[in-house]
Design a protein around this ligand. Sequence first.
Ligand code: SF4
Ligand code: SF4
Length: 446
Amino acid sequence: MAASLPRTPDVHLLQTEAGGHVFLPDGSRLFDADPGLFQRFAAAMDTGGVNPLLDQLGVRGAPAIDDLPLAAPPVHALSLAIAQKCNLGCTYCYAQQGEFGGAAQNMSRQAAEQAVDLLVNGAAPGARLNLAFLGGEPLANRELLQQTTRRARALADERGVTLGFSITTNGTLLTEEDATFFEAFGFAVTVSLDGPREVHDRLRPFKSGKGSFDRIMRNVAPLLAGQKRMQVTARVTVTPRNLALRATLDELVGAGFHTVGFSPLLRSPGGDAELAHDDLELMLGEMIDCGREFERRTRAAQPYPFANMLNALREIERGTHRPYPCGAGAGYLGVSAEGELAACHRFVGDADGAMGSLQEGIDARKRAAWLSERHVHRQEPCQRCWARYLCGGGCHHEVIARGRPACDYIRGWLHYCLGAYLRLTAGTGVSSGQSIPAGRDEVSLR
Ligand code: SF4
Ligand code: SF4
């Protein structure tokens, strides 16, 4: 983690087998630097004189991201908690076994229709929208899921907008008919799995205590076999009890998932299974082990669908720089079974992320306040962190509830991914090849 610690907010240095590299957070730009220039940057970071050097190199202009909060954009993604109930008893569940601290309930047909109207009728022609089904366990309310999907697709076609569907499921209620339905509508299906059988069964048992792994793998088989338009992803919630990530990744990739991704558990309702600093250090080692295998397989032209790596490389390639970690409270909102609007699916029933209701509409004042307060320039210590425009300040839900215990992990992972990007693109022509005159030095813009 030492190489990724924050030294200055304006520059981050990294070295690969090919030499030294300079990452500029402003605009997420990545440069190669010859040894002399690399040393000048290292010295300037020690003396706090980085900006004059950037000026001298001509790579500092108006900041790509200013302090202004995002103006509330049209909603382009909604998640519906269509069943606030669940048949599993995962103790760490942010939704408290699906019920978000209230009574078990299903969303009404009227609420689902209003939500679809909000999403589709408010969209500009040509917009790309997403409708997500979550819970609890959304398949506990299958009939409404199917009705809502059909109606949303018809409405989207009428209005000439593109609408994608997604579902996050525990997999225990999946049927062959679901596989056919999801394939027909091109769903992105995410199945929660926390590791090989024994590990998974300890973390995600049925409420009775019985393990759920065998049932899920049996149920998911027709989906894995039928993926054409549909994509089936495994998502692993990482806790101190399932840190053997490489073994998990290999098993789930081998099972035929389209991608497999890891998500660290930083906050749970009772604090159960939250990752502590030492756990996160172990997790980083495991993630890098998975990443190294990804690099090896990629060079050998073999698929290895490690979602975290694929996402990070895509963002680095795009030069993503953003003032928020995600679209929560901006283009993305969550809808509770009762029709309350929230900043995202995790804020259902939580006053911190309340955004109005389907009946009364989006609360524009709360949304504007959210976008202002959650801007990464308003977050501490993000303002001084080199990773701020790739990270965006961390998941709002976790940060509000627990603070920022994972910054070293986040920076360590991004540092590794930047290096992996440089290694994988070296000599492939991905670099733009632009050079910037830099006095006697030259840096080449990748
Ligand atoms: S939350 Fe992200 S941007 Fe903020 S300090 Fe931590 S790593 Fe940096
Ligand atoms: S706030 Fe957190 S849980 Fe909600 S959408 Fe953003 S990253 Fe995801």
